[in-house]
Design a protein around this ligand. Structure first.
Ligand SMILES: Nc1ncnc2c1ncn2[C@@H]1O[C@H](COP(=O)(O)OP(=O)(O)OP(=O)(O)O)[C@@H](O)[C@H]1O
Ligand SMILES: [Mg+2]
Length: 383
């Protein structure tokens, strides 16, 4: 199973420039999480901080009991081996063919024989749909193939955590969906914990189990996808609809005067761009036929049902609506919680989930609250 990543109060600045502060969230093991945020909000800095390439000013990032913010160089080196990272452009060596690119971490970090390396490299190339392309140079293949090769390389050391930076950059929408499918398939096959940072709305709507957003130097929210997808928080709504109307401006944010002037303009009929407001929660993409079921998705269902009563009503309803009849029986959900109706938002204040003992994912111990937190973060249980 993938590793859990517990981040508490993580804060990063460069000199006087604060990037983000007091970021607290937990990446549940084997689940797929997406972090959204306008350009320049520090998403890439966040990923680099998670693997210790950049040093946060304070806070913790704990993986398998090791806080990578404070640990020794040796521990950091060891812990980094748990990560597979897919950088924005694939970060392949231009002069090496795909085979050697993918073999590189194995030759560098292990003592495996070339026969063993060959087996692993061909397996990962096959897994990422690149069988037969091993002799190609990065410059000879499309952007989508380069990303898949980057993913193949990220997989060779059997990572427990996979970090992905802007998988859609430079890809058309169809190729973006294909690479999203690949992430879910890989997640199903190896049960690694995924964190994908992106500003791609389609990907955010349909791929992850959990969704978060960085804005104004803070983590606005992080929690089950249903929480953000039904959120009334202006910045989240604006972002998910890709419109000009809202707090996010041309550079990072708008002052209130600009916001009011623009509001008047949109009310007078100027198109705010983006799509028509999307409401509701689209179905989540599933692993391709023939690929095993995602264990992370199964654990997430248990986890989310345990914290259901702590979530906003619209998110609760979205989660209940996504349950199959078997799930409903398993979790002891009666008909009165079935669809939108009089009882919407009036779910029991007790745990609704009746889980078998020992099953499911355990909530981490709740952490101290952070004074700068603007909204509750629903990743923490209440126990
Ligand atoms: N090594 C560094 N030294 C100083 N400032 C940095 C460094 N790396 C990033 N920054 C600054 O941190 C801020 C956040 O950058 P980052 O690249 O993380 O944003 P991002 O959210 O990934 O943006 P995008 O969506 O455009 O990729 C930027 O203002 C950038 O200039
Ligand atoms: Mg970036």
């Amino acid at each position: 199973m993938g590793a859990e990543v517990v981040i508490e109060g993580l804060t990063k600045s460069f000199g006087k420039q604060a990037i983000w502060r007091d970021v607290t969230l937990t990446l549940p093991p084997g689940e797929v999480s997406v972090m959204l945020g306008p350009s320049g909000t520090g998403k890439s800095v966040f990923l680099k901080s998670m693997i210790g390439l950049l040093k946060p000013d304070r806070g913790k990032c704990v993986i398998n009991g090791v806080d990578i913010v404070r640990c020794s160089e040796h521990k950091l080196y060891e812990t980094r081996k748990l990560f597979g990272v897919l950088f924005q452009d694939g970060a392949l060596f231009g002069s090496m063919n795909l085979y050697d690119n993918v073999a590189f971490p194995l030759r560098e970090h292990t003592k495996k024989s070339e026969t063993e390396i060959r087996r692993i490299v061909l397996e990962k190339l096959e897994m990422t749909g690149l069988a037969g392309a091993e002799k190609k140079l990065p410059g000879e293949i499309s952007g989508g193939m380069r990303k898949r090769a980057g993913l193949a390389r990220a997989l060779v050391l059997d990572p427990e955590i996979i970090l992905v930076d802007e998988p859609d950059s430079g890809l058309d929408p169809v190729r973006t969906t294909y690479i999203s499918q690949l992430f879910l398939d890989v997640n199903a096959q190896i049960d690694a914990t995924f964190l994908i940072v992106t500003h791609n709305i389609n990907l955010a709507r349909t791929v992850p189990d959990n969704l978060g957003m960085l804005f104004r130097k803070e983590l606005v929210m992080f929690g089950p996808r249903e929480v953000l997808l039904t959120s009334e928080e202006p910045v989240v709504k604006q972002f998910l609809n890709g419109r000009m109307d809202g707090p996010i401006g041309m550079s990072e944010e708008k002052d209130s005067a600009t916001m009011a002037a623009e509001r008047a303009m949109f009310e007078a009929g100027h198109h705010a761009g983006g799509v028509e407001e999307v409401v509701g929660i689209p179905p989540q993409m599933q692993p391709a036929p023939g690929v095993p079921e995602r264990q992370g998705a199964r654990r997430r269902k248990d986890r989310v049902m345990k914290i259901l009563h702590t979530l906003p009503p619209a998110a609760q309803q979205g989660i209940l609506d996504s349950l199959s009849p078997e799930d409903r029986r398993y979790y002891g959900i009666g008909e009165q919680h079935s669809t939108v109706g009089a009882r919407r938002g009036q779910l029991p204040t007790e745990d609704v989930a009746q889980l078998p003992d020992g099953g499911g994912w355990r909530e981490p111990q709740s952490t101290q609250s952070h004074p700068t937190q603007r909204l509750p973060r629903y990743d923490q249980g209440t126990s």
